[in-house]
Design a protein around this ligand. Structure first.
Ligand code: SF4
Length: 353
């Protein structure tokens, strides 16, 4: 395998070859074979071309905490783990609207309603509650309404779209080969199926993963390839925050420069997508502002589902000092290239207005 020049890859991407970075290139970019600062420089150039000084901010609210029947090894909300998370009821509709208003004051353009569930069943009260919450958040108009509800039938997806859901989050967590080491109660293909059916209904899709779970570079490349094949819209990159009581308790955080290398590699492999940094970004310490130099185009603000984040004030001050401006609800979202049907080669990388 010839060692790729990150600068040449960035040039080719900016000339319109969106898939210039091959899986083989990415494997080298994510290893120590290429200087991390060179990867970041190239990825930062692609981000600046695509997003300029605009950043996407989003917030989430735990719309139903704990007691999940799935066994994801990293998750504090799985029934399989004895953690600080306590099984709770579904969030009242008014509380969802208030969370959306709070998210808007944080300059978040979207509120993600997240339920610790295997899915929402047709005809069940839980689906009806979330449909009502989505509708209320949209009608209030503070933010877009996004959702992360687990598996959904076609009918449930249709009804959520009709209520005003604009985007579905359904992370792949890791590469296909490593997935069964992390989750045994459902399969990779089940997750992919849900994402495909959401896309077929015109929903934007938010699909990412978690790094630092013991996966290899090859596993990280597999995840990136799956995201490219699915042509998802937003890619949350999470870094494991190991939680007492989970199967991954005690795992050491990834070193900051390895985190930045992952962000930069994913930017070069997925130049169109909004790549935003979510859980675990505090592991970056003083290097946090470098996520944007490494190609990130957004971040999650406010607390995560069961773990705290930096304060919103600190995050907004950091953006201000970096000259970065949050997109607001209703602003132009990153548009898709004119043709999304065929291979990525030959499409110009659109610029976010
Ligand atoms: S499906 Fe979601 S809430 Fe349930 S254990 Fe997995 S990550 Fe946690």
């Amino acid at each position: 395998m010839t060692t790729p020049s990150p600068a040449v890859l960035a040039d080719r991407i900016l000339e319109g070859t969106l898939d210039a970075c091959t899986p083989g290139d990415l494997e080298l970019l994510l290893s120590d074979a290429v200087d991390v600062w060179a990867v970041m420089e190239a990825a930062g150039r692609v981000r600046r071309h695509r997003f300029g000084n605009r950043v996407h901010l989003c917030s989430i609210v735990n719309a139903k905490e704990g007691g999940c029947p799935e066994d994801c090894g990293f998750c504090s909300q799985s029934k399989a783990h004895a953690t600080h998370a306590r099984p709770g009821k579904f969030i009242p509709t008014q509380a969802a609207v208030e969370a959306s208003a709070r998210a808007a004051t944080r300059h978040a353009s979207a509120l993600g309603l997240v339920t610790a569930t295997r899915g929402l069943s047709d005809g069940g009260p839980d689906l009806e509650r979330m449909i009502e919450a989505v509708r209320a958040v949209r009608e209030a108009g503070h933010t877009e309404a996004h959702g992360s509800f687990g598996f959904l039938s076609d009918e449930a997806l249709d009804r959520l779209v009709e209520a005003g859901l604009t985007e579905l989050n359904h992370n792949l967590e890791t590469g296909r080969s490593y997935f069964s080491k992390i989750v045994t109660t459902h399969t990779y293909d089940e997750r992919i199926d849900t994402i495909r059916r959401a896309k077929a209904r015109g929903l934007r899709t938010c699909v990412g993963g978690i790094f630092g779970m013991g996966e290899s570079v090859a596993d990280r490349v597999e995840l990136a390839v799956a995201l490219r094949e699915l042509d998802v819209d937003e890619v949350p990159l999470n870094f494991l925050v190991s939680i007492e009581g989970t199967r991954l308790a005690g795992a050491a955080p990834l070193p900051p420069m390895e985190m930045l290398r992952i962000i930069a590699g994913f930017r070069l492999f997925l130049p169109r997508q909004n790549i935003f940094i979510a859980a675990g970004r505090t592991h970056l310490g003083q290097a946090l502002p470098l996520i944007f130099a490494a190609g990130a185009s957004g971040m999650m603000v406010g607390d995560f589902l069961t773990t705290p984040n930096r304060t919103v004030e600190d995050d907004l001050r950091m953006l201000d000092e970096l000259g970065l401006v949050p997109l607001r609800c209703g602003d132009v979202r990153p548009e898709r290239p004119a043709s999304t049907a065929g291979p990525a080669a030959g499409r110009r990388l659109p610029v976010v207005a």
